[in-house]
Design a protein around this ligand. Structure first.
Ligand code: SF4
Length: 481
């Protein structure tokens, strides 16, 4: 089982694989270099980006994320409002303070190398960082950003005895690698899915530590929705995409304030849907703007779990913090199953792996909160993925904006529907969750590369033919930070 501490990470937008992962890689590079060498001997740094990281890295701020990592910042603790200030010495004076302390010359035009047509063997999201010393020695490390902010280096990727793509909790009390085992265990032990996951997490940590982390995740999600509801204007990158959450929020507040309104819902019986849309838009607009985000399980799909959790908070009668914890634990079980048996990376299997996975996670979690049995929860997850199968990753201009932002709103509604549909049933379903995960993996393998986060197919092509003025490059991302 993959830990909630790995599955839900606090990071920076707009992408977990193209922003958070590369920043983590830069951090790891500094750490490994310092373990073996003296940082003060470095005279130059070169960064090579391969495959999808090069194809859509400009739009995803991959370059600036690596630079921020080399400056010593971490996705979790960086103050996203200060990114432009952090980067200014590099952009204006071509000076990079490695780990914030050792200054070298660095020109983004000559020290960052883009190789969109070169795909390294292990994963389409690859990057290398090389440090050269005064004596001419070069230390190079290659990293793979495998989705959801997970990063592995070349040695791990080629190690024969491990599956580094799926870092797991070793020897948990309730081990499961597929949904069938999970269901059997829940039924034989009379446990809910969230109870199984909690027991496994507590194998390593005190329960208070687990709860503290879950509570923090929920706080960051709520802060993100609040921040998204307060910002309007145009998203960075050159597509001129308008932020919509603030205006929608004001409209919904106004309608809820009318005499015939009941709580947040006005006369319109489906107004809860509008609120769910709002929550997802708010998160994903913050993400597109480089804000603070919880990867859930990725940044591109980061709006779905918060949107459905806010739906639970605002529209279901039994909201409490214990319910939030259960929700996140159950969602983690589904994310773990998908990550271990297929992928949560858009570059590997398309958007079905990002938005589809988040939809399934939220659906199962909501089903449990509603009182669903483990069988009903797994049914909800299965519905959540099944109706996202084949979904391509084709962000226009490589920016996590169109169709990503709206897609999160659509999948949030779908997750709620999946939970309700499953809750009305008896848990029996024609296609098992394991089968649909396997199908997702196979569908992703069959999908042409142009539909897997390369911005070369689908809606992304629209940018090439209709939006000739889309801006790319470090300078754009610099201002977007
Ligand atoms: S299309 Fe889907 S997978 Fe691709 S960047 Fe957007 S949200 Fe992520």
């Amino acid at each position: 089982m993959i830990s909630i501490f790995d599955l839900f990470k606090i990071g920076i937008g707009p992408s977990s694989s193209h922003t958070v992962g590369p920043m983590v890689a830069a951090q790891q590079f500094l750490q490994s270099y310092r373990e073996q060498h003296d940082l003060s001997n470095v005279v130059s740094i070169d960064i090579d980006l391969y495959g999808s990281l090069a194809a859509t890295g400009e739009g995803h701020a991959t370059d600036t994320a690596i630079l921020l990592g080399l400056l010593g910042h971490t996705p979790e603790y960086i103050d996203t409002r200060e990114c432009a200030n952090y980067l200014r010495p590099i952009m204006d004076e071509q000076r990079l303070a490695l780990a914030g302390e050792h200054i070298i010359d660095f020109d983004t035009k000559t020290h960052i190398h883009w190789h969109p047509d070169t795909v390294l063997p292990y994963h389409p999201n690859a990057l290398s960082i090389a440090a050269t010393t005064q004596s001419g020695d070069t230390y190079t490390q290659t990293y793979y950003s495998i989705g959801g902010g997970f990063v592995i280096n070349q040695d791990d990727a080629t190690h024969p005895d491990t599956d580094p793509a799926s870092p797991t909790i070793d020897n948990p009390p309730y081990p499961f690698t597929n949904a069938a085992d999970l269901l059997t265990m829940c039924q034989s032990e009379n446990l809910s899915i969230s109870e199984v996951v909690l027991a496994n997490e507590c194998h390593y940590r005190e329960i208070e530590t687990v709860y503290r982390y879950l509570d923090r995740i929920w706080v960051v999600m709520q802060d993100c929705v609040s921040a998204g509801c307060q910002q309007d204007g145009i998203l960075p990158g050159g597509l001129s995409v308008k932020r919509r959450a603030k205006a929608l929020h004001e409209q919904l507040l106004y309608e809820a304030s009318q005499p015939d309104a009941k709580d947040k819902v006005g006369a319109d019986k489906l107004a809860a849907m509008d609120w769910v849309d709002l929550y997802a838009l708010a998160v994903n607009e913050e993400n597109a703007n480089g804000g603070k985000i919880v990867t859930a399980p990725t940044n591109g799909a980061a709006g779905i779990i918060p949107a459905v959790l806010h739906y639970y908070r605002d529209f279901l009668p039994n909201y409490d913090i214990q319910g939030v914890r259960k929700f996140l634990l159950t969602a983690a079980a589904i994310g773990s199953l998908i990550k271990q048996n297929a992928s949560i990376s858009g570059a590997e299997v398309g958007c079905q792996g990002e938005v589809g996975s988040a939809c399934a996670m939220a659906a199962a979690a909501l089903a449990e909160i509603m009182g669903g049995s483990p069988a009903q929860c797994l049914n909800a997850a299965e519905i959540g993925i099944e109706h996202n199968l084949g979904l391509t990753c084709d962000p226009v201009a490589g920016l996590v904006q169109v169709p990503c932002i709206e897609r999160n709103a659509m999948a949030s509604i779908k997750a709620i529907n999946a939970a309700r549909l499953a809750y009305r049933g008896d848990g029996q379903h024609f296609v098992s969750l394991d089968k649909v995960i396997e199908t997702m993996k196979q569908t992703g393998a069959d999908m042409l590369d142009k539909y897997k986060e390369t911005a070369r197919g689908g809606l992304a092509v629209y940018a090439n033919t209709h939006i000739p003025t889309v801006q790319h490059g470090v300078s754009v991302n610099y201002s977007q930070c």
